[in-house]
Design a protein around this ligand. Sequence first.
Ligand SMILES: Cc1cc2nc3c(=O)[nH]c(=O)nc-3n(C[C@H](O)[C@H](O)[C@H](O)COP(=O)(O)OP(=O)(O)OC[C@H]3O[C@@H](n4cnc5c(N)ncnc54)[C@H](O)[C@@H]3O)c2cc1C
Length: 366
Amino acid sequence: MSKSNHHDVIVIGGGPAGSTVARYASARGANVLVIDGRDPIGTPLQCGELVPSNDEMKRLCPDVPDMDELFQTPEEAISRISSKMHIVPPSGKPLKFDFEGLVLNRVAHDEALVELAKQSGAKYLVDSHVERVEGHNVIVRGGETYSAKIIVGAGGHNDPLRRDHWNESSLKIPVKFVLMDGDFGEAVELHFGSMAPGGYAWMFPKSSGANIGLGIQRSFSKGRSLNQYAEEFISKYDGNISFRGAGSLPMSGTIRTFVKGHYMLVGDAAGMVLPSNGAGITIAMIGGRIAGQVIAEHLTEGTSLEEYEQRWNQQMGKVMRNSKRAFRFGSMLFRLPNWMLNLTFNRLTKGVIWRAVTCRRMFWLF
Ligand SMILES: Cc1cc2nc3c(=O)[nH]c(=O)nc-3n(C[C@H](O)[C@H](O)[C@H](O)COP(=O)(O)OP(=O)(O)OC[C@H]3O[C@@H](n4cnc5c(N)ncnc54)[C@H](O)[C@@H]3O)c2cc1C
């Protein structure tokens, strides 16, 4: 193995989680290599492309410091800023909420994160699929081996480090979506009920056209396929489809441990998606910042890597717990027939539904 193959840190995956780890670890002098199977990173698109604005993030995750420093979304990565969210039951009659969301150009968003990490000094190796991790070695397809003191799994829901070295399963929701041409108004829409059993459907308007899709829990789907549900929901909207995509979302929340010896997991690989609303991009970046900072402190001052889990719990523990609880409650609720669900979404329950979606306690005791 040549000397240039030795690093302080190897990050598997250069998505929002991995690039953020790389940005913060290399800013404090760590020698970081990010290895990603894609070229360019971020393509093809696999996303609904909605993130809360920085102000919404401050309300959603009140224990997370310095949001404006973390989220520096450049203008070219923002397609539309929406100020309304409609939560829509099967009746189609929405409950309307004030909510500031950024509908992204996700590919440009992820490219900007790569750029920030490179400016901090991180190196990238693209088009290189990581096959496996053994000890301190990362082996890519073709047999080339890279080594590091610390190895971070940020490879999303199929991360190879998680697959081979963690014995934990997550509920994964399969998702299909399209980009459609046309004018879809200003509000972002989340739909709940039999159109997306056990999951939800969305319509997020962009500056031109919209991102429309849905995810389901297979155990709720009564023998119908994801394709059938997706076609049925998408066909309610009128316009030419310019892109079709699919993916998978971990929806059972964070796994028990993120650190094993010199291995760490972050982002989707660690289950860092808020299950009650599907937010994963910003949450992966929150986890990525903590991991990157702790890695830098570990290398310079000997801070324990487990400090990453403690800081995550301080910043995100409450929000994640509330979100998991809301998701479990929603999963029971969404087994109800549509007519009952329609009755459940009303002016009296509006506040509780919003608290569930925004990861706050729904009820006084619950
Ligand atoms: C269809 C869909 C819609 C979504 N919509 C939204 C949304 O609207 N808003 C939101 O906040 N979140 C959304 N999410 C979730 C969000 O995309 C993820 O939570 C977020 O991307 C997590 O970031 P990450 O860096 O952990 O993983 P990823 O973004 O998945 O990045 C992982 C990276 O690792 C690389 N990689 C994986 N395996 C390997 C390997 N073996 N070797 C080398 N490289 C590898 C991949 O190429 C990829 O670049 C959606 C997800 C899906 C699938």
